[in-house]
Design a protein around this ligand. Sequence first.
Ligand code: PMP
Length: 291
Amino acid sequence: FDQLDGEIWMNGSFVPWKDAKIHVLTHGLHYASSVFEGERAYGGEVFKLREHTDRLIESGRILGFEIPYSADEIDAATTELLKRQGFADAYIRPIAWRGSEMMGVSAQKNRINVAIAAWVWPSYFDPEQRMKGIRLDLAQYRRPDPMTAPSRAKAAGLYMICTISKHAAEAKGYADAMMLDWRGRVAEATGANIFFVKDGAIHTPDPDCFLNGITRQTVIGLARRRGIEVIERAIMPEELSGFSECFICGTAAEVTPVAEIADWRFTPGDITRRLVEDYAAEVQPKRAAAE
Ligand code: PMP
């Protein structure tokens, strides 16, 4: 992936894609002092760009560093990057990390670096599978207690358990894994939030130890706009047999129906389909003033 053509925005300027490099003694690599975002542009506009940029800056603060660019500067760089890359629909990956000036756990004075890359990433999961519903395994690892890890930050370090869990799921033929939290409650997928449907209402876990995703918040708003009740609460895995539909959502995954989680079965139905469609419409740039 490091040999593509095009450009990457890095520390204030556009550099050729192949030259956007860091040193092997980078603090972010050794000690996970790295935070990032995942964004999608539709029709040339990044959906909820400012929310993502604000979360990036806040994630850095949670890890104890200040990103040396304002939200306006980051947003302008993102927009300019998309233009230079010539992308209308794309995935955007901003990342900020502590540099390589000093070695050691602390290295407080190391430069905070920022880069933004964009590429065409049509769908996280195979599009044909989408309405059939994907299959999730139950993850081995659990989301940590917020007293154990900074769970509100979109921090690289928190993805270690996600990658391991996803690899284990893929090795068994699943698309992804559902993670429980440290209390044994249902939490989320490895890179997306999770929702269930029962008797016409939507149930989703309280986001108290994982990201309250921007997509999650959007989908809750879309459901309520349709008059569908949304209940945020603690959900235990034993309850899964009582849900008829299930879907996951995130910037990359968008709204993806789920057909199986380990031994539990779901049938993607009307509510899931409506939210897949409503989300697809919502992300399109709002051009007409009449809308
Ligand atoms: N949880 C995890 C672990 C994620 O990586 C993501 C994707 N950023 C989400 C939830 C969903 O967040 P968002 O809707 O803001 O993309």
